[in-house]
Structure formats: C-alpha cells, structure tokens
Write a new protein. Structure first.
Length: 574
C-alpha cells in the first residue's frame, strides 16, 4: 500500500512541478515582452553603457535577471557589471537560446554558475538576426510551492501510515495466538513430535491449512511407528545374531558391522569406510566383492570358506541387495564353522587312527586264529602260547579304542568343558592309589614331595586322568626297584606339578613329539601294552584347562637318564 501511495505522489508531484514550471514560464514570457518594449523605447544602442544601465535598472525594478545576447556575446546583463561582460562565456549554446533561434522563443531550468543558484530561463529572438533577449528568475519560487506540496503529502502519508499501523496491530493481536500455535505445531512436527495438532484458528481461511497439517502429522506418525517397529526388530536381529554381519556400500566399503562381527574379528570395530581387504587381509573376499559390484560375476551371491591362522574356520556368504535409492549394496555373513570343521577332523582322525592302529593286532589275531583252525597245535603249550598272543592283541585293541574315545571326548568337549576349583593334592593322591598295585609289581616307590594347597582350574576326573596317564607312563619305562617323585611349586598365578622318574632319558627330538597321538618311544606296542595315546590325552585335557604340559629330560645329565613331566595349571580365582 505504501508503494502505491509513493507512486501516486511521484506522479502527482511530477505533474504539479511541470504545471508550475509551465505557468512560471508563461508569466516570464509575458514579462519578457514587457521588457522588450521598454528597451525599444529607450532608444539606446546595444553594447553601450546607457544600454547596460537601462537593462540593470529594469532588472532591479522587476526583480529578475535580464540578459541581452548578440551572436552569442552578452552585450548587457542586469546581474553582471559592465566591465565583466567581456569575460562571460559564449551564450549561443544555451538551450533556451538555441530553442529561441529555432522557434522564436525557448525556456530551460538549470543551475547558473554566475549566480550560483537554480534558475528558470526564458529567451526570445529580437527583430535583428542573432540578437536575443533573455529573462531569468530564481527557481526557488517554484521550489517553495513544490516543498509545500511535499509537506502536505507527507502529512497525509503519515496519517495513513499511522492508521495502517493501528489496523495492523489490531489484526496482529487478533491472529497472533493462533498463528503462534500453528507455527509451534508445525515446528514440533518438523522436529519429530507427530502427536501435536492445530486446534485454534485465526479465521476460516486457515481451516484448510490446519486440516492438511493435522492429517499430514497423523499419517507421518503412523508411518514412523511402523518404520520404528521394523527398525527395532531388524536392529535386535542384527545385533543379537550369532553370525557376524558386515554391510558394504555401493563402493564396496564397509558401512556397518554387528557386535558378533566385532567379536569374531576385533579389527572390524573401527572399520567404517575401509575396504574389506584392509581389515580382513584376505584377498578371496575382496576379489568376490569386486566381481559382484562390477557385475563380472554371473551370480549376485557367493560363498567362501576361510581358514584363519588361529585355527578358526569361517563360512562367508556374500549376497547383494538394492537400497531405497536403487544402489547395489552387499551383505557379508560370517558363520563360524570351526566347531563343525574340528569335529569333522576329529572323526577323520579317529577313523584314520583306528584303521592304522587296529590293522596290526587284527592281522595278528586273524593269523593265529586261522593257524589254530587250519593246523591245530599238537601240544597244549603251543596252543596256549597262540591264545595268549591273541589275548594280548585283543587287549591292545581294547586299550587303543578306549584311548581314542577318551582323546576324541577331550577334544570334542573343548570349550564346552566346565572347569572349577579343584584340590590338586587330593587328585594326585587318588591317582597314586589307583596305580599302587601296578607300581608294586615292579617294586617302584612313588613318593610325594612338597605339595601346595592351592586350588587349581580343572575337574577331578580330568586331573586324575592326566596324572594317572603320566604315572602309568613313568611306571612302564622306569626300571624295577626305582623311584618316582611328585612335587609342586607355585608362583601365585599358577601351579606346576612335576612327575620325576628314573627311566631312560628322552632325546630332544623325541621330546618335541612325545605328546603327539600314537607316538611311541618303543615300537613294540603290543608287548608293552602302549597305545600311544596317553600323553596326547594329557595334552588335550591340560589345554582345555588353559594350562601347559612339557617334558624335561634327562634329569641326570651324567647318566643321561630320568625324565620330568611338568603340568602347569592356573590357580583358581577366589
């Protein structure tokens, strides 16, 4: 509205200024005709002192400036002294003079450098060619009238502005509360509070807007709840899956991983934005990812088996999907198949070892049995010898099978074996009591040295089997009437038990292999009753208890005899 008023004023002001200027020009033109008549009556020659005097007196009497011009030269000027007339510029180029020369009269408004003020100039051509009479009056007269017009308009504009302001204040107060509520509600909805609704309206024209906002908020609230429910379900599945999950962006870089992935491969904890090869250091996965992303792979999925240096095995399934923006992303699922692979290996080893270890005694049993059937011995001593050989081989087979089952059971239990605080001293004494008869048959004395009272990590059954196997091995290889000593030492965090015998020493080469399954120092396994599994079972059980086992031999460096089997177990907490 103010702009419209200003434009109106500008048009009105221009019209008034034009009319005032035209009116002043007409008045000055009539005055100029009067002056021309008075000059003609003076009968003085232009350029003379008397002519200058006449012009000066007329100008002062009328209150205007009179200038007489001939061929551009000022011959007389009521506002300029006679001696300065020659210094005035050529006036033939003045706009009013040019107009007068063309049409007989002309006028112009401009700033006068001589009088240093804005002037209205009116010029007319005289009877003689090249002579012009020009009158000038201050433009301030017109300016004063225009100033009054400006003032009046300013007052009107001020009144209109004041009235408009009062009207706007009234309307603003009327609608402020409603608009504030609409704004606050819209802001709250924009910030995620979709329960807000617009309930107060400033007028009926706002009803459609309010209904649209309320409907939008209600629909968004419903959609958000659905999305949040789905997201919570997916997050719960994602974070609680046993399998490790890795999501790759369209560039093949890691976008997110779940907790299981971090537990499986800790290096993935801060892997966002990195390539799988940087974290997993396995080119197989990177090659498959690159092939699927670049469409070089005919399939959109792949499956890879990874074997890690720590003994773990992972089945990695790679599949692609398109996100909401139709960008292809990948999901890598890491399934730990270490236990499955370990069980498969145990079963393969069991079958292989059973086949290898049972072939010799079975062949022997079969051979002697066929001999007895086909060619029965004529004397009872030979028959008894054959039957004893068959019995020894059968006993050896039974021992081998029992040992293999024990070893497989210890390896299969692995992480499932629940350890508990165990009294080491009691398990050692129990093991000795079980083997006293076997030691007595060779007149071997088993003595107990210093035994610490610390409880160690393990189980009664497991520790008894460990020490029985070690003691049985020591009794088997120790000479008759020798001794076996058991002692322990503690460093606060672990207890080391040593079983020291006086048997033949073990070479360093054999010491490295002695805990391998089916490894025997004496190849006459059937004769001495060895299955080659006792120490392997010990090593498997000790490792299940997070301990260690090794042999130190010889204990007597002078004779090169004696061995010390050492079992180190952690002290139980609390």
């Amino acid at each position: 509205m103010l702009c419209a008023l200003l434009l109106t004023f500008w048009f009105y002001y221009g019209t008034v200024a034009e009319e005032l200027t035209s009116s002043s020009g007409q008045s000055t033109s009539r005055l100029l005709n009067f002056v021309r008549g008075q000059i003609s009556k003076s009968n003085t020659d232009p350029g003379s002192s008397s002519f200058q005097k006449t012009v000066t007196e007329l100008g002062h009497d009328l209150g205007i400036r009179i200038t007489y011009i001939m061929n551009g030269k000022v011959l007389a000027d009521s506002e300029v002294q006679e001696n300065r007339l020659s210094k005035l510029d050529d006036h033939s180029n003045r706009p009013e003079v040019i107009a007068a020369e063309a049409s007989g009269s002309g006028e112009n408004v401009r700033y006068s450098t001589t009088l240093e003020t804005r002037m209205l100039y009116v010029a007319k051509a005289m009877r003689k060619d090249g002579e012009f009479l020009r009158l000038a009056m201050p433009y301030s007269v017109i300016g004063e009238r225009l100033a009054r017009v400006k003032l009046n308009f300013a007052l009107v504009l001020l009144l209109i502005a004041a009235g408009s302001a009062l009207l706007l204040i009234y309307i603003g107060k009327r609608t402020s509360a409603a608009v504030t509520e609409i704004s606050a509600t819209a802001t709250a909805i924009g910030e995620g509070d979709y329960s807000k609704r617009i309930r107060v309206l400033p007028g009926g024209e706002y009803k459609l807007l309010a209904n649209s906002i309320n409907t939008m908020a209600r629909k968004i609230q419903g959609h958000i709840r659905t999305i949040e429910d789905q997201k919570n379900k997916l997050d719960a599945m994602f974070e609680n899956m046993k399998e490790g999950i890795m999501v790759l962006d369209p560039d093949g870089k890691i976008e997110s991983v779940n907790n299981s992935m971090i537990a499986i491969i800790p290096e993935t904890a801060n892997s966002k934005g990195r390539m799988p090869l940087e974290v997993l250091t396995r080119h197989e996965i990177q090659d498959s990812v690159d092939a699927i992303i670049s469409n070089r792979s005919e399939s959109k999925s792949d499956s890879i088996i990874l074997d890690f240096s720590d003994g773990r095995s992972m089945n990695v399934t790679i599949c692609s999907f398109n996100d909401s923006e139709n960008n292809r992303k990948l999901i890598l699922v890491f399934h730990d198949i270490s236990e499955v692979r370990r069980i498969e290996m145990v079963l393969r080893d069991f079958v292989s070892n059973a086949s290898h270890q049972l072939r010799t005694p079975l062949t022997s049993i079969k051979g002697y049995t066929e001999t007895i059937i086909d060619n029965p011995p004529s004397d009872n001593n030979t028959l008894s010898k054959f039957l004893n050989i068959i019995l020894d081989n059968a006993n050896h087979m039974s021992k081998v099978i029992t040992g293999m089952f024990a070893l497989a059971r210890s390896e299969y239990s692995g992480k499932k074996l629940r350890s508990e605080p165990t009294n080491l001293k009691q398990t050692i004494i129990h093991s000795i009591n079980n083997l006293n008869k076997q030691a007595g048959s060779k007149e071997i004395t088993i003595t107990i040295g210093q035994i610490v009272e610390d409880l160690v990590v393990g189980t009664d059954e497991g520790l008894i089997q460990i020490f029985e196997n070690i003691l049985e091995n020591a009794i088997k290889y120790a000479p008759e009437k020798s001794g076996i000593k058991i002692e322990t030492e503690s460093d606060g965090s672990s207890v080391t038990t040593k079983v020291i015998d006086e048997g033949p020493g073990i070479t360093s080469a054999d010491a490295e292999r002695i805990f391998e399954r089916f490894f025997k120092l004496d190849e006459n396994a059937v004769e001495n009753g060895s299955s080659g599994l006792g120490l392997a079972i010990c090593r498997s059980l000790v490792r299940n208890f997070n301990g260690d086992i090794w042999v130190e031999s010889p204990t007597d460096t002078a004779s090169g005899t004696g061995s010390s089997f050492c079992v180190k177990l952690p002290v139980a907490a609390g």
